[in-house]
Design a protein around this ligand. Structure first.
Ligand code: IMP
Ligand code: MG
Length: 215
C-alpha cells in the first residue's frame, strides 16, 4: 500500500475559492489532491480484491463524494449497500450513535470493503465492525478518506487511508457541519464564528419551538 499522505497545515495552503471565503478559513486538501489520492486508493483496492466479488458497504452520509469517486475507478464486479449511522447532532463532538439504516445485502462469505469518510475517535467503527463481523463475511477491509489519529479513543485502524490530518474539524467533499458544506469540492476548515453562529441559530430555533431545555 502506498504510504498515507500526511497533510501538513504549516505548508502554504491553496487559496479558498471566492464563493466560500466568508465561511472557510483554510483549504486543507484541494480538489486535485483528492482526485489523485482517491485514484491511487482505487488502484490498490482493485489489486487487493482481484478475482473476488466484493461488497462495498458505505456509511451514510459523509461518504457520498468519496464513495462515488472511489468506486467509479474500481473495475471489479461489486455490489453496493449502505449503513446509516449518525453520531453528531448540530455540533462537532461525538454524541450518541444511532443506526438510521440497516444493511440489506447478504454478506456471508463475501469480501467486504467498509467505506467511511473519516476515522476520528473510532467510536463509530467500533460499533459498526462487530455488527458486520456477526454477519460472517469472509473478510472486512476498512477504507477511510481521512484519519485523525490524535483523536483516537478506540483501538481501531483503517486498512486504506487517503490522508492523515491534524486535529481540525473539517468540512467538504461529503463531510458536514450540521448537515451543511457537504457540497464543497475540497476539504477545508471553517472559521470559528461559523460554529458560534450555528449554535445561536439552533438556540433561537429551540426557543421558538418552546424546547423546555432552553426555556
Ligand atoms: P468517530 O466515531 O469519532 O471516529 O467519528 C466518525 C464520524 O464522525 C465520521 O464518520 C464523521 O461523520 C464524523 N466526524 C468526525 N470528525 C469530523 C470532522 O472533522 N468533520 C466532519 N465530520 C466528522
Ligand atoms: Mg460519518
Amino acid at each position: 500500500m502506498a504510504p498515507t499522505v500526511v497533510i501538513n497545515p504549516a505548508r502554504a495552503p491553496a487559496p479558498v475559492p471566492a464563493r466560500w471565503r466568508q465561511e472557510v478559513e483554510r483549504l486543507l486538501i484541494t480538489e486535485h489532491q483528492l482526485a489523485r489520492r482517491v485514484r491511487a486508493l482505487s488502484r490498490q483496492i482493485e489489486r487487493d480484491f482481484a478475482g473476488r466479488e466484493m461488497v462495498v458497504i458505505s456509511l451514510l452520509s459523509g461518504t457520498v463524494m468519496f464513495l462515488a469517486d472511489l468506486i467509479r475507478h474500481l473495475s471489479l464486479p461489486l455490489r453496493l449497500d449502505f449503513i446509516g449511522v449518525s453520531s453528531y447532532g448540530a455540533g462537532t463532538e461525538s454524541g450518541d450513535l444511532v443506526f438510521t439504516k440497516e444493511l440489506r445485502l447478504d454478506v456471508r462469505g463475501r469480501d467486504v470493503l467498509l467505506v467511511d469518510d473519516i476515522l476520528d475517535t473510532g467510536k463509530t467503527l467500533s460499533r459498526v465492525l462487530p455488527k458486520l463481523r456477526a454477519l460472517k463475511p469472509r473478510r472486512i477491509r476498512v477504507c477511510v478518506l481521512l484519519d485523525k489519529p490524535s483523536r483516537r479513543v478506540q483501538d481501531i485502524e483503517a486498512d486504506y487511508v487517503g490522508f492523515e490530518i491534524p486535529d481540525f474539524f473539517v468540512v467538504g467533499y461529503g463531510l458536514d457541519f450540521a448537515e451543511r458544506y457537504r457540497n464543497l469540492p475540497f476539504v477545508g476548515v471553517l472559521y470559528p464564528r461559523v460554529y458560534k453562529e450555528a449554535c445561536k441559530r439552533v438556540y433561537r430555533m429551540a426557543l421558538r419551538d418552546g424546547d423546555p431545555a432552553v426555556a
